[in-house]
Design a protein around this ligand. Structure first.
Ligand code: ARG
Length: 456
């Protein structure tokens, strides 16, 4: 029997029931649902709606329901439409009719909005912890390769020399912004809807500030009509996850390219590589492809849910039930991915020799232009002159340093013997020691800053 059968002569159609029920997925919210009910029972007692004994009986009964869920002994019954009705049905079985007083002034609308916020705040904490581990793995990989020089790319074309540590740390800061997004999402969802009723508020004198504080919220929500249908917090989380995954998808793209045979800059540990059923030689970086691939569905969960929200009229609408599977899926996907991504980064073998072998002197063209700037040539001219130097070297099929000084001096009289010093990758990297630059000294400072962040 359902909890709202009074108005109906006939039971719901079976197919509708299956479509309508959310218990298959929202049972995950049992702990938050029951905590909310315990706090609400106390609030009803304080408001004089329940006697102290009635509230005690309800809270004890709810304790038993929690234990049944926790040891997987909770038995679903026909009519258990969602977690809220299931818990209330079982409570009434345990404590009798007094259990039927718990829902006074409350609606599943303010109830589900409260439960899911609470659950999502906790999920944000868990995700924060998992991302911290990945950030720590990035830092330790970077620390071992602060002097390792590799080609840096723009447009996938060799651009300037950078250190492997600098490359790795770039992802730390992307994740740090993701952490910030999680934090602000959590902050803005900390308004408690309980006490909003179905849409209009409650006539019972419950203390909403107290309820909010007891459940770990910062404050009660300000408008009951808004509170029951506000799912911004779900969209905020879906967005925080989608952009975080987008960052990790880009990391995956780098790892896939750098671990390809053509580059050979890095190798994945055997435990995080996969083989081919046909080609015995294959060694594939599947975890990275899954990271990149699953980012598609994570972005899909965000756009799908925003699409659900966009046309909804005021107040609660059943469309909102779509919030849960989207967020559950995004979080579950991240919980699957993150340990593997963290372990992959943690066990990444950086091939310093292969990186060194891939350094080509055109990576030093900017340094050559800077050299002329040092001789007083305006940069725009020195850029043009070095362009001609590069062209000449290409025409002669030699590297920049193989061009004789005489040939260089035909292009600019400012070239001198001291040009030798420019053809040094470590020097090129070390010169870029501005704040945030790739110089080992600057990256050491960057790493110190990153460590301070994660130890905060
Ligand atoms: N299972 C519902 C949901 O997830 C709970 C709220 C139902 N409210 C209602 N008025 N039917 O949204």
């Amino acid at each position: 029997m359902s909890l709202w059968g009074g108005r109906f002569c006939e039971p719901s159609d079976e197919d509708l029931r299956r479509l309508n029920d959310s218990i298959d997925f929202d049972h995950i919210l049992y702990a938050e649902d029951i905590e909310g009910s315990m706090v609400y029972a106390r609030a009803l007692a304080q408001a004089g709606v329940l006697s102290a004994e009635e509230a005690e009986a309800i809270i004890e009964g709810l304790g038993q329901v929690t234990r049944e869920f926790a040891c997987d002994r909770f038995e679903l019954a026909a009519g258990d439409e969602d977690i809220h009705t299931a818990v209330e049905r079982r409570l009434i079985e345990i404590v009798g009719d007094v259990g039927g007083k718990l829902h006074t002034g409350r609606s599943r609308n303010d109830q589900v909005a409260t439960d899911f916020r609470l659950w999502t705040m906790r999920a944000a904490d868990r995700l924060h912890g998992e991302l911290r581990q990945l950030q720590a793995a990035i830092i330790s990989a970077a620390e071992s390769h602060n002097e390792t020089v590799m080609p840096g790319y723009t447009h996938m074309q060799p651009a300037q020399a950078i250190t492997a540590a600098h490359w790795l740390m770039s992802f730390f800061w992307m994740l740090e912004r993701d952490q910030e997004r999680l934090r602000t999402a959590k902050e803005s969802m900390a308004a408690c809807p309980l006490g909003s009723g179905a849409l209009a508020g409650t006539p019972f004198a419950i203390n909403r500030e107290q309820i909010a504080a007891d459940l770990g919220f910062d404050k009660p929500s300000e408008n009951s009509l808004d509170a029951v249908s506000d799912r911004d917090f779900v969209a905020d989380m879906l967005y925080a996850i989608a952009i975080c995954a987008t960052h990790l998808s880009r990391l995956a793209a780098d790892v896939l390219i750098y671990s390809s045979a053509a580059f050979g800059f890095i190798a994945l540990d055997d435990r995080y590589s996969t083989g081919s059923s046909l080609m015995p030689q294959k060694r594939n970086a599947d975890p990275m492809e899954l990271m990149r691939g699953k980012t598609g569905r994570l972005i899909g969960n965000l756009t799908g849910f925003l699409t659900t929200l966009k046309g909804l009229p005021s107040g609660y609408n059943k469309d909102l039930q779509e919030d849960k599977e989207a967020l559950f899926d995004s979080l579950e996907t991240m919980h699957q991915l993150l340990p593997v991504v963290t372990a992959t980064v943690g066990s990444l073998q950086i091939k310093a020799e292969a990186m060194a072998a891939a350094l080509t002197e055109d990576l030093l063209a900017t340094d050559l232009a800077d050299y002329l700037v040092g001789k007083g040539v305006p940069f725009r001219q020195s850029h043009h002159i070095v362009g001609q130097v590069v062209r000449l070297a290409a025409e002669r099929g030699v590297s920049l340093s193989q061009l004789p000084l005489s040939a260089l001096r035909e292009l600019s009289e400012h070239f001198g013997e001291d040009i030798e010093q420019v053809f040094d990758y470590a020097r090129s990297v070390a010169r870029r020691n501005s704040y945030g630059g790739t110089a080992p000294e600057a990256v050491r400072a960057q790493i110190a800053q990153a460590k301070a962040r994660i130890n905060q």
